[in-house]
Design a protein around this ligand. Structure first.
Ligand code: HEC
Length: 259
């Protein structure tokens, strides 16, 4: 008795499916790159090369046992210098980073391995490691990302991810699923966890355990992205429209052209 058509990708014109497919392919590549970037910038901060909850706690909330310099040298900066020189820096840091040892022990290492990138000329956004004054800004207690940085990263994150999931979710609205609530959940989930993700970055500063909410949110976002991607691609090109759906709609799939 229903007069509403059931949707299915196969009823869409060929040109629209081609558009959707290429958008999904490029977004899929983008998602992969984003994952590599998360790994690169956070894994290993706690000394263990795998990405862990501890790494995220340190990234957002800081590391009460360490300094920014040590965190960086155990994380993204660890390949910038040989292990024995890293030990020299760690020993100096653990001795309280005394200024009188700086010129003899630390300056030569910084000059050889770090200053090509860490000067205001080379990169104004990186800490200046040319002298003791600059380095000592990195030897205080590691308090994680400051609020200004978090606000900057959150607004970029909120806008860009909403944009991506609006497009992927819009494409996915054309999918046929027998359970409507599940379809709606797949569409809504990324937005819900986007909010819990960003909120947890700040909350990690209050209680480090919120790092697990960051990881959980990221996992759910990835799962919904993958599910929408696979179902859309499958229905556009491989799956066929179930007979009862065709019968209910009183039509056949649009496979021959742009009508
Ligand atoms: C090839 C360029 C390059 C070299 C060489 C390099 N760095 Fe970096 N460093 C970066 C970049 C880019 C970032 C910021 C991105 C990131 O955190 O991965 C960074 C970030 C850092 C940070 C974190 C800054 C912060 O605000 O938390 C520290 C500390 C640091 N580097 C120390 C060093 C030390 C010490 C060396 C030498 C052993 C070194 N870097 C060598 C490019 C470099």
């Amino acid at each position: 008795m229903s007069n509403t058509n059931v949707v299915h990708f196969k009823y869409l014109p060929m040109s629209m499916r081609v558009l959707f497919t290429w958008v999904l392919i490029v977004f899929g590549m983008g998602y992969l790159m984003a994952m590599i970037q998360v790994w690169e910038s956070h894994a290993g901060k706690d000394g263990d090369p795998m990405l862990s909850g501890k790494d995220l706690m340190i990234a957002y909330g800081g590391n009460p046992e360490g300094t920014k310099l040590e965190t960086a040298l155990r994380g993204p900066m660890q390949d910038m210098l040989p292990a024995e020189k890293r030990e020299v820096i760690f020993n100096w840091l653990h001795a309280g980073a005394p200024q009188e040892d700086y010129d003899a022990k630390i300056r030569p290492i910084m000059e050889e391995h770090c200053v090509m990138c860490h000067t205001p000329e080379a990169n104004p956004h990186l800490p200046d490691l040319r002298d003791y004054a600059g380095v000592s800004k990195m030897t205080g207690k590691d308090e994680g990302m400051n609020i200004a940085t978090l606000v900057r990263v959150s607004h970029i994150h909120l806008f860009s991810i909403t944009f991506i999931f609006f497009i992927v979710g819009y494409i996915f609205t054309h999918a046929y699923m027998r359970t409507l609530w599940l379809k709606c959940l797949l569409i809504a989930a990324p937005f819900i966890v986007l909010i819990t993700d960003v909120a947890s970055w700040y909350l990690t500063k209050v209680w480090a355990g919120f790092a697990w909410a960051v990881i959980g949110s990221g996992a759910i976002m990835g799962i919904s992205f993958a599910a929408m991607w696979i179902i859309s691609m499958w229905q556009m090109w491989l799956g066929r429209v179930p007979d009862d759906v065709n019968a209910r709609n009183g039509r056949v799939p649009c496979i021959h052209g742009d009508h």
